[in-house]
Design a protein around this ligand. Structure first.
Ligand code: FES
Length: 116
C-alpha cells in the first residue's frame, strides 16, 4: 500500500511560497531534503537535534494540533534559534500525518547553526 501524500507549503521570509509533497511518516526535514528545496543551511545536523537550522514557525491552530509536544531536548535547541516564536518547532521533529495536508509553515529568515 502506498503511503498517503501530504502537501506542505513552506513560506520563506521573502514571501516565496514553496509547495512540496511528503508522505505520512516523513518529517518536515525529510520533505525539504526529498524535494530538494533550497533553504540555506536548513537541517544541518540531519535531524540529530544538535542544530536549530530546521526551525519552522507554525500557525497557532496548526501548532496546537500537532500530536507530539516538544521534548526538553527540542526546547533546549529551540532556545538557541533566532527569531524564536511561541509557535516555533524544529522541523526534523515534526512528522507528517494526513491531518497536516496543505499545512503552511514559515521558514525564519535567519538560521543559526549551533555547530559553527
Ligand atoms: Fe538539526 Fe533539526 S536538523 S535539530
Amino acid at each position: 500500500l502506498n503511503k498517503k501524500e501530504v502537501e506542505v507549503i513552506f513560506v520563506k521570509a521573502n514571501g516565496d511560497h514553496i509547495k512540496a509533497k511528503g508522505k505520512v511518516g516523513d518529517s518536515f526535514l525529510d520533505v525539504v531534503v526529498n524535494n530538494d528545496i533550497d533553504l540555506d543551511g536548513f537541517g544541518a545536523c540531519e535531524g540529530t537535534l544538535t542544530c536549530s537550522t530546521c526551525h519552522l514557525i507554525f500557525k497557532k491552530d496548526d501548532f496546537d494540533a500537532l500530536p507530539e509536544k516538544a521534548t526538553d531536548e527540542e526546547l533546549d535547541m529551540l532556545d538557541l534559534a533566532y527569531d524564536l516564536t511561541d509557535t516555533s518547532r524544529l522541523g526534523c521533529q515534526i512528522i507528517l500525518s494526513e491531518k497536516l495536508d496543505g499545512i503552511e509553515v514559515k521558514v525564519p529568515a535567519t538560521i543559526n547553526d549551533q555547530r559553527s
